[in-house]
Ligand binder design. Sequence first.
Ligand SMILES: [Zn+2]
Length: 49
Amino acid sequence: MPLRKVALACVNCGSRNYTVSENKNRTERLEVKKFCKHCGKHTLHKETR
Ligand SMILES: [Zn+2]
């Protein structure tokens, strides 16, 4: 079974800055603080579908 790739988008500007492999055991949507080069700071990134 191939791992699904999930895009993480900045909640401020909506840019999809990161992609991660989905953890098949997780139940909640991913929310990660990461650096957004568009915003120039660390912002919350959420997975997109
Ligand atoms: Zn941003």
